[in-house]
Design a binder for this molecule. Structure first.
Ligand code: UD1
Ligand code: MG
Length: 467
């Protein structure tokens, strides 16, 4: 029987999230660099469920653009007016009608684990239930719908509609349900909004089915933490702390070393290969990858960055959307961004900014430099204080520096400009013309020494009676 069943997953994410007090929709609030919605989507994906739609509404245009960029296979369904969770499921009826069963999950439950979803699906498919939903015993049930069981009938009463007696019940609704779609279709329009919130409640479908002696299953889980919803900034922080701990723990089990794991933040899309060392107060986000044997020093922030093998990031380094190849050394105090690439065994040192530039293998930019829109070849040395003057007020212009060059300290490279292989620039030069291969460019005023100037100055002052 289960072979003929198909499951669609409907994630409810149209709500306003009033309690977040934010212009950003609740499901886009960030947790370790990813929107909240990323997490339920990941749990669904890991449970092997691939037909997914998200009901969007409040801030829906932003949610839709996130979805089309991050998961193009996921459908967005608009709920223009947010009249409650039952209404959200009504507006998606056309989508879920084509499946035998629909798994409904709230978009604001980022700790949800794929194992719980798989267990709920298995229990539902093995029983003849028309609706199976996940419940759990909450230490503090306030805010949740309470599960009541009277003479075999099950129903869910929202906190705001509950009598003091019902509020004492600790078994609560997780907001995750698996419905037989025919049963859902025949009850979804019977919902009324005569309740404290004047909303159409999806959990009322459970009561309607149960009243008609239809088989409803409350699957009670004992992992309360996993079902925690996010409704407020305090809950967002609490959930972030749990996700953070889970991810750091996961990678440490695979060999990543953190001397102070409680201070390290790793996003859910970050990956490591083998033996990586992470010092205290490091943050790694986005699609960052770190290769075998690399060391990430304290107070480093990496976002969407590829780090090769045996790279040494000393400390206080920020790298965004860039790559650092094997055996390179970075920092301290470096900022590397916008598709920059630091080659093998290269060195980017103290107080250096590299933007949209390539630093060839073995090349060095050791101190106090800005390198923007530049291509630097291999084994080139960039002297302290060198700057690519890439911006003329209108356009960004390129600088090309060849292999084995020596750029003297404090050279201003006024782009567009090129330095041929094996060329030198004298310290303090302002280079405005291309430098041919093998040449030395000197572009500064010639030094003039005025002999005995100091003695004569002192004599003049005495005569003037100033001393
Ligand atoms: C809901 C349940 C409650 C359960 C709790 C678990 C209802 C009426 N109550 O309460 O029984 O214990 O979840 O966390 O369902 N949404 C829409 N459209 C709407 C309204 C909400 O898409 O019109 C979405 C929200 O974006 C959210 C989810 O549905 O992701 C749940 O809504 P929320 O307002 O957070 O419901 P709770 O009060 O938490
Ligand atoms: Mg909620």
């Amino acid at each position: 029987m289960s072979n003929h069943r198909s499951i669609g997953v409907l994630i409810l994410a149209a709500g306003k999230g009033t309690r977040m007090k934010s212009d950003l929709p609740k499901v886009l609030q960030p947790i370790l660099g990813e929107p909240l919605l990323f997490y339920p989507l990941q749990a669904v994906h890991n449970a092997g469920l691939s037909d997914v739609a998200v009901v969007i509404g409040h801030g829906g245009t932003n949610v839709e653009s996130y979805l089309s960029a991050a998961c193009p296979n996921v459908c967005s369904i608009w709920q223009h007016e947010q009249l409650g969770t039952g209404h959200a499921v009504q507006v998606a009826r056309e989508w879920w009608s084509s499946f035998s069963d629909v798994l409904v999950i709230p978009g604001d439950a980022p700790l949800l684990q794929s194992d719980s979803l798989s267990l709920l699906v298995r229990t539902h498919l093995e029983s003849s239930s028309l609706c199976s939903f996940a419940s759990f015993h909450a230490k503090n049930p306030a805010g949740y719908g309470r599960v009541t069981r009277t003479n075999g009938a099950i129903s869910i009463i929202e906190e705001k509609d509950a009598t003091p007696e019902i509020k004492k019940i600790t078994e609560v609704n997780s907001g995750i349900y698996l419905f037989n779609t025919l049963a859902l279709a025949s009850h979804i329009d019977s919902l009324a909004n005569e309740n404290a919130q004047k909303e159409y409640y999806l959990p009322d479908v459970v009561g309607l089915l149960s009243d008609q002696k239809q088989h409803v299953e409350a699957v009670c889980f004992d992992n309360e933490e996993d079902f925690q919803g996010v409704n407020s900034p305090v809950q967002l922080a609490a959930v972030t702390a749990i996700v953070r701990k889970r991810i750091v723990h996961y990678w440490m089990e695979l060999g990543v070393k953190c001397s102070s794991p409680d201070t390290v933040f790793i996003g859910p899309r970050v990956s490591f290969k083998g033996d990586v060392w992470i010092d205290p107060f490091v943050q790694l986000y986005g699609s960052t990858e770190v290769g075998e044997g690399s060391h990430i020093g304290s107070h480093t922030i990496l976002r969407d960055t590829q780090i090769g093998q045996f790279v040494d990031i000393i400390h206080f380094v920020s790298i965004q959307s860039s790559c650092v190849e094997d055996h390179a050394t970075i920092g301290p105090f470096a900022f590397i961004r916008d598709n920059a690439c630091v080659g093998e065994k290269a060195f980017v040192g103290k107080f250096v900014e590299i933007k949209k530039s390539t630093i060839g293998s073995g090349s060095k930019v050791p101190h106090l430099s800005y390198i923007g829109d530049a291509q630097i070849g291999c084994d080139t040395n960039i002297g302290a204080g060198t700057i690519t003057c890439n911006y003329d007020g209108t356009n960004k212009n390129p600088t090309h520096i060849g292999n084995r060059c020596f750029v003297g300290s404090d050279t201003m490279l006024v782009a567009p400009v090129s330095l041929g292989d094996n060329s030198f620039t004298a310290a303090g030069s302002v280079i405005t013309q291309d430098v041919p291969e093998g040449a030395l460019a000197v572009a500064r005023a010639r030094q003039k020494n005025v002999e005995d100037w100091v003695v004569r100055r002192q004599g003049n002052r005495k005569e003037g009676g100033k001393e």
